[in-house]
Design a binder for this molecule. Sequence first.
Ligand code: AMP
Length: 114
Amino acid sequence: MTDKTLFTRIIDREIPAAIVYEDELCIAFKDLNPQAPLHVLVVPVKPLPRLSDATATDEPLLGHLLGVAARVARDAGYGEAFRLAINNGAGAGQTVFHLHVHVLAGRPFNWPPG
Ligand code: AMP
């Protein structure tokens, strides 16, 4: 058994993923069940379960995740139109309890979101 989250296991290369970006603070890889032509998850190395578990100490990290998300969209050719989503809690659709930013692009997006 392991206490590692699914995404920590991807970071540790125990589970394969299509990694598109990585640095000392975060990793970005393609979602296994893409909801748009571009669907990448930006995940901090620090295994914060939810955004609401972040503290003031984590604010530079949270800003970094957004910067990386924009970079991932830009590098994939979608810098002009992309959607970011963070599901916080099961009631909001979160299924993996390791903070992640969804980066979606390449199709129209409705507002308000579903
Ligand atoms: P959420 O529902 O916001 O917690 O998002 C979790 C996301 O992780 C979903 O979009 C899943 O498709 C995705 N996912 C689950 N397992 C994997 C995996 N092994 N590799 C890549 N993406 C995954």
